[in-house]
Ligand binder design. Structure first.
Ligand code: HEC
Length: 271
């Protein structure tokens, strides 16, 4: 944990900025590029330095209620992520797949037994700060950083409310982030002892080379159903012509030229 926090601290923009500034000052590079650029004002640095760490350093003071969060959600998030966080055909679901038992244990069972049809954000995310920080910096997708601090607290609270983590009257604030973190369904699900985290860590998959009596060729167990084949145009046409990766042709067999002419942005116009 401590290493992780150190690592995150090191990588945070603010720390990098400080490091760069001190390097520049030490080497006198500021003079070498006379007339180029200027020292960032403290307000500029403040606007840039918005990361919130898992230990909540960087979290601004403030609060927001579930009720207010519902307003924000319905007006600014539901169009992409669905009224209940279930999302529509394109976007990954935010809410779902967690149980009261998971909230107690801090480990999401459906991640292990595959009982949820799709992985949702609440199933995966182990740190509430990440959810807060991500919404604050990146959402809504079409207008990132447009939410007020209160709106970010509120909509985060509402997501937790939809997931059954907090009640309808709940108000999330900088004062109770840590207590709320302690209820996050997958809070104990984060592992760091693998190669995805540290280059020296163990790989996260195990496979032994087979030299005799090997299994026959891989069996295909999932495929694109016919009704979905053309939902996003012909995937084959959407790949770059370089590199090894090819999209499969997803035109349905009976698809004809005149239908193709009605295509707008890769989608078929219904007539
Ligand atoms: C125009 C569509 C759109 C709107 C509106 C929108 N989002 Fe998103 N959201 C996305 C997309 C696309 C992603 C995935 C982005 C990526 O992976 O780079 C995403 C990702 C997320 C994630 C992270 C999901 C994950 O598991 O990684 C959260 C949380 C989220 N959005 C919350 C919100 C909230 C809260 C709002 C409203 C304030 C909102 N979004 C509004 C499109 C949208």
């Amino acid at each position: 944990m401590e290493n992780r926090i150190k690592l995150l601290g090191l990588l945070s923009h603010a720390a990098l900025a400080l490091l760069l500034c001190s390097l520049l000052l030490k080497t006198g590079a500021a003079q070498a590029f006379d007339g180029l650029g200027r020292v960032a004002t403290s307000d500029e640095v403040k606007a840039w330095d918005i990361d919130v760490r898992p230990d909540f350093v960087g979290l601004p003071k403030g609060s927001g209620s579930v009720a207010k969060g519902m307003e924000v959600w319905d007006a600014q998030c539901a169009s992409c992520h669905g009224v209940f966080g279930e999302s529509n055909e394109i976007f990954t679901p935010i809410v779902g797949g967690t149980t009261a038992e998971d909230i107690k244990k801090g480990r999401v069972q459906s991640l292990k037994d595959g009982s949820a049809p799709q992985r949702t954000t609440l199933m995966k995310v182990p740190t509430l700060s990440t959810l807060w920080d991500y919404i604050n910096r990146a959402m809504p997708w079409t207008a990132p950083k447009s939410l007020s601090t209160e709106e970010v607290y509120a909509v985060t609270a509402y997501i937790l409310n939809m997931g059954g983590v907090v009640g309808d009257d709940f108000v999330l604030s900088d004062q109770n982030m840590a207590q709320t973190q302690a209820k996050l369904p997958n809070r104990n699900g984060m592992q760091t002892n693998h190669g995805m985290w540290l280059p020296s860590g163990k790989p996260d998959v195990k496979e032994l080379r087979c030299m005799s009596n090997c299994k026959p060729d891989a069996r295909v167990i999932s495929f694109l159903p016919d009704y979905a084949r053309h939902a996003h145009g012909n995937l084959q046409d959407q790949n770059r012509l370089v590199g090894p990766v090819r999209g499969v042709p997803t035109l349905p067999p009976a698809y004809n030229k005149s239908a193709l002419n009605n295509e707008v942005n890769g989608r078929v116009q219904e007539k």
